[in-house]
Every structure is written in C-alpha cells, then in structure tokens.
Design a protein around this ligand. Sequence first.
Ligand SMILES: NC(=O)c1ccc[n+]([C@@H]2O[C@H](COP(=O)([O-])OP(=O)(O)OC[C@H]3O[C@@H](n4cnc5c(N)ncnc54)[C@H](OP(=O)(O)O)[C@@H]3O)[C@@H](O)[C@H]2O)c1
Length: 285
Amino acid sequence: MNKTIKLNNGVEMPTVGYGVFQIPEEQTKKVVTEALNDGYRLIDTAAGYLNEKAVGEAINNSSVKRDDIFLTTKLWVQDFDGDNPEKAIDGALKRLDQDYIDLLLIHQHLGDVYNAWRAMEKAVKAGKVRAVGVSNFQSYQVQDLMMHNEIKPAVNQIQINPLNPENDNVKWLQDNDIVPEAWGPMGQAQAGIFTNPILTKIAKDHGKTVGQVMLAWNLQRGVVVIPKSVHANRIKENFDVFDLTLTDDEMKQINGLDQHNSYFDGLLTPDTVKVLGNMKFDYQN
Ligand SMILES: NC(=O)c1ccc[n+]([C@@H]2O[C@H](COP(=O)([O-])OP(=O)(O)OC[C@H]3O[C@@H](n4cnc5c(N)ncnc54)[C@H](OP(=O)(O)O)[C@@H]3O)[C@@H](O)[C@H]2O)c1
C-alpha cells in the first residue's frame, strides 16, 4: 500500500491523513500533535472548521519538519467574490502561521467558484500554495473548471465510504489524473457502518478492525483517506493500515455495499444550496 501518491503537478501527497472537522479549537492542538507523533503527515482543515490556528500551532511546535507535513485547507463560499479570495488565502496563511499551504481546496461548488479558482492559480504562481483542488464537485463541474482555466485541479475531495463508494466518480477522476480524496471515510460512524456484517467478517478474517478495513479498501483503489477521531487509540489505529491487503473478492464485496445515499444524491437540493450558500463563518481574525 502506497504511503504517498503523486499529484498531477508532481507534488507528493500522503495517502492517509488526519481530518479535524468538528474538533473544537481548544482540543485541536493536542490531537493534531498526537496524529503527527503517530506518523500522520497530512492534516486536513478548512476555514469553516474554525480551528486553523490550532492546527498551525501543532505543526509549528512539532519535531516533524514542516517540509515533511502536507497541510490542506479550504476556502469557504463567503470569500469567493471580488478580491476576497486573495484576502482569504492570506488570512488562512496568517491563521495557520505558515509560509505556504500544500493543498488549497474550494470547499463547495457554490457562488463564484471561477473567481476563487483564478485567485488560487495566482497563489500557486506566488509560491503561497503548492497544489490546488476542489471539494464536493460533481465530475462534470470538474470538467468545466478544467476547460476554462489554466491549472487543472490536483484533487477532488468527496464523500466516499463503503456505503457510498462513488465508483463512477472515482474512476473518472483517476482517468483524468485527479486524485480522489475521501472525506468521511469511516461513513462518519453512521448507518451502522461499524457493525456492518460484511465489513465485520472481513475485519475478523484479517485480525483488523472494521475501521481499518474501510480505510484499506479506499487506499487499495487509490483513494486518499482523512479519518477523524479525537481518541488517542483510534488515531493510532486509523494509521495502522499499511499492512492490510484485501483480496479481489473482498474488494468486490465492499464495492457492492453501495446504498446510493451520498451527499451528492441527497444533500445537494435547492434548499440546502440556499442554507450552505448563505452560511457565514467568523474566522477573519
Ligand atoms: N470537504 C468536505 O465537505 C468535508 C466534509 C466532511 C468531512 N471532511 C473532512 O474529512 C474528515 C473525516 O470526515 P468526518 O470527520 O466527517 O468523518 P469520519 O472520519 O468518516 O468519521 C468520524 C467518526 O468516526 C469515529 N471514528 C473514527 N475512527 C474510529 C475508529 N477507529 N473506530 C470507531 N469509531 C471511529 C469518530 O469518533 P471519535 O472522534 O469519537 O473517535 C467520528 O464519530 C473531516 O475531519 C474533514 O477533515 C470534509
């Protein structure tokens, strides 16, 4: 199982990262420090998570060299207009207290994403950002973005777990040399995913946990994973996946768990676009 994957601009990205969505700022420094000590080299945050400052502190206080860490953050919709994206990128660098961001993503396909993308391209040229990508984009939206801009997205971060394998989107992204990255790779611990009988049987057969099986399944098909946990034992467990290889039959069984109940299938309605598009976060300090 690969520990890094090469992006379409040559930058190496770790295949297992640590996500900090919904982790309170006051807890973030401690858990990111634990993750770095356990071997994680990718940290995934966002302006909208309101914990960039603590992520930056953990990175700056770590004995791991900055260049060995791959830091991802995301721009939120309220910053997509006019010259706001430039300001937002500088604001993120300031909150994170970093000279550069390894991967900057557009968090949602809402608002003036083309304006945001062009500011992100400028940030790459200015050396503020090493790679740019998108999140929650349908493949047709990625295609359109590529056709009207200079830099191709390196990554699309979408919801992928055994109950939503997104097989078609994963294949399309890989065919187009864009790395699929799974948010919510443990299914956000919902829909009984940790007690699913097929996953439980496979885990037992390998002497591993259901969580580790979910992560190995994605890694084995070239999908980057960024599990989140606030528990030290689980943070460790979720990184201990590189020695687990599933058989073709096990991979097939897991791919067959698709419930077609993903974010794309259910959440993106006109009403949720209204809610998300109007959502504003107070991170400008
Ligand atoms: N781009 C986007 O729109 C977007 C959306 C959502 C998430 N994300 C990113 O993806 C990351 C991961 O997604 P997520 O946090 O939503 O969900 P997730 O990683 O799929 O699941 C997290 C849940 O699983 C539990 N868990 C973690 N490891 C476990 C283990 N080994 N055994 C049992 N339970 C375990 C956690 O509980 P405990 O914490 O209590 O251990 C938490 O309830 C986020 O942190 C964020 O960085 C991005």
